[in-house]
Design a protein around this ligand. Structure first.
Ligand code: AMP
Length: 114
């Protein structure tokens, strides 16, 4: 199967501005930021989208959120606030079929989203 763009980043085949990495995941700046801080937290295990995660992935899913909060501290948006987004499927706005958590902050975000 063809690698997703995020697998290529995980395997360091294409560059990314990495802000965090551990055994389970990698986090890097979004190439098309929608806020002053916009990072993606991506599991190294290739799960296409959140709805395709299984019970086995329960800890991994929790880990991605804990890492998002850690990065919010690291990038100094924890106190001002931030948003975590996961897009699933066409109407959700998913464009890369490799599960990822968006971390957005650094400005007041609108609600509801567009
Ligand atoms: P989604 O629309 O939820 O699937 O999010 C995919 C995100 O990946 C978008 O916000 C893109 O800007 C971002 N993206 C795509 N290619 C890259 C890349 N090479 N490096 C960093 N971010 C990327």
């Amino acid at each position: 199967m063809q690698k997703t763009i995020f697998q290529k980043i995980i395997h360091k085949e294409i560059p990314a501005h990495i802000v965090f990495e551990d055994k389970e995941c990698i986090a890097f700046k979004d190439i098309d930021p929608q806020a002053p801080i916009h990072c993606l937290i991506v599991p190294k295990k290739c799960i296409a989208r959140v709805g395709e995660a299984s019970a086995q992935d329960e800890n991994l899913l929790g880990h991605l959120l804990l890492v998002a909060a850690k990065i919010a501290h690291q990038l100094k948006i924890y106190d001002t606030g931030f948003r975590i987004v996961i897009n699933h499927g066409k109407d959700g706005g998913e464009s890369v079929p490799h599960l990822h958590v968006h971390l957005l902050g650094g400005r007041a975000l609108q609600w509801p989203p567009g």
